[in-house]
Design a protein around this ligand. Structure first.
Ligand code: RUB
Length: 321
């Protein structure tokens, strides 16, 4: 059809769905870039090149394809919204340019926000601190790396993060930043909290009540950290703020394939059991000490003020048919 997404968009969508592209910020910038690729392709395609309405429809269709890949990280729809809200012009060429410009501006802002947030988060870390990490978050890593750049000596206890072991990516990047790393299994976290000064995690979405939606296991880690008296911060740029939660919506938690939890043969041997594989959980605001954004750090309960400032009372879906 004339609104079929360009091959580049389908490839990006596939890479997000299969988690070749993963992590909330990385997904957001890939989605924004895919919209620019859609605009370039649609400006050339027979069905859309000379028809501004058809061009717009093809942009909306591409956004829907990207939107449907994974449900939990709100940075994805926030990226699509940012670009599509800036699509304007009465010719295809103007429309194309507005999308490409918006996409570039979004990616630039994302990078700058991560840098700024890193400075804010780094100030919470002291020379000689040991941090504990969960999963792989570029926002969380930005805080640790900024602390190292400030000349602080930081070491890390890295949770492997079952079932997909994104902790390995964190371990590698911290090692590259010169941070001594100790890798542990997730169940060892409480034992090692006694040796840790700060827990640093990322977020896929932040709800209006200050709830932090992040990789499964974050909430248990936060409860244990509180019990051990170890401070815990969430590093999350403002694109992780979930506008629909302002009007009472809850954040959908992605359920992933059981094959990530148990091999098919092993499962068959055990027989008739249920296997569940939720990818994310919600940490209640009372277990989180601070949400660190590029606009400063906030107690989770006060994040709603920033959300109202940024989104008003809701958010449109510019990709609706
Ligand atoms: C990744 C994850 C990360 C957040 C934040 O989950 O939970 O902590 O996405 O990452 P998955 P970032 O591997 O399932 O995508 O700070 O890079 O946005």
């Amino acid at each position: 059809t004339d609104t079929e997404p360009a091959p580049a968009v389908r490839e990006t969508a596939e890479s997000i769905a299969t988690m070749e592209i993963r992590g909330a910020a990385t997904i957001a910038s890939a989605a924004a870039e895919a919209l620019a690729e859609q605009a370039e392709a649609a400006a050339e395609a027979d069905a859309t090149a000379s028809d501004p309405e058809a061009f717009r429809a093809s942009m909306r269709a591409a956004a829907r394809t990207l939107r449907e890949t994974r449900p939990t990280a709100v940075s994805l729809p926030n990226a699509l919204r940012y670009v599509l809200q800036r699509m304007e012009g009465d010719s295809v060429d103007r429309l194309r340019r507005s999308v490409v410009d918006a996409s570039e501006a979004f990616v630039e802002q994302l990078d700058r926000a991560q840098e700024d947030l890193g400075q804010v988060g780094a100030n919470r870390l002291a020379d000689g601190d040991t941090v504990m990490t969960h999963c792989h978050s570029t926002d969380a890593l930005a805080c640790i790396e900024a602390a190292v750049e400030q000349g602080k000596s930081i070491s890390a206890v890295v949770k492997e993060t079952r079932p997909r072991q994104q902790g390995h990516i964190t371990a590698e990047q911290l090692r590259d930043a010169g941070v001594p790393v100790t890798l542990i299994v997730d169940s060892a976290a409480r034992r090692y909290l006694d040796e840790v000064d700060h827990v640093v995690v990322g977020a896929d979405s932040i709800a209006a009540d200050g709830g932090v939606i992040n990789k499964i296991g974050t909430s248990g880690l936060a409860v244990n950290a509180r019990e051990r008296g170890v401070p815990i911060m969430t590093a999350a740029q403002t694109i992780k703020l979930h506008p629909e939660t302002l009007t009472g919506h809850t954040v959908e938690i992605e359920m992933r394939d059981e094959g990530e939890v148990i091999e098919p043969e092993a499962r068959e041997e055990i027989g008739d059991i249920a296997v569940e594989n939720p990818a994310f959980d919600v940490t209640p605001p009372r277990y989180m000490d601070a949400i660190v954004t590029e606009q400063g750090q906030f107690p989770p309960e006060s994040i709603v003020t920033l959300m109202r400032e940024l989104f008003g009372e809701g958010a449109a879906e510019p990709w609706a048919e």
